[in-house]
Design a protein around this ligand. Structure first.
Ligand code: FES
Length: 107
């Protein structure tokens, strides 16, 4: 059982296609398929997102969900404040919307 997080209630669901990743002051749009984590999508596109445990425990991979809808299986590293700020663990977050935008620089 996971947790769903949306950046807005008006975001529509859809088959995932891409995720826009803001990191180190740059923005990259990378392909993202159903069931693929944002972290894996970033790695496949040769980005180097921060990560350590890749298991939802450490919080190193945290980014702000600016747009879109995601679901996370494990979120042990998340605190109430993180949920309020729409932060997500990118090593766990899979898209539930067609597109999403995450910002590592905002965490
Ligand atoms: S890398 Fe540790 S929670 Fe994502």
């Amino acid at each position: 059982m996971g947790v769903k997080i949306a950046s807005s209630d008006s975001i529509e669901n859809g088959v995932p296609e891409s995720v826009t990743i803001r990191i180190n002051g740059q923005e990259h749009q990378v392909p993202c398929v159903e069931g693929q984590t944002i972290f894996n999508a970033a790695m496949r596109s040769k980005l180097e997102p921060p990560a350590s445990c890749v298991g939802g425990v450490c919080g190193t991979c945290m980014a702000k969900l600016v747009e879109g809808r995601v679901e996370m299986e494990n979120f042990d590293a998340m605190h109430d404040e993180d949920f309020k700020r729409k932060h997500v663990l990118t090593c766990q977050a899979v898209l539930l919307s067609k597109t999403a935008v995450v910002d590592y620089d905002a965490c």
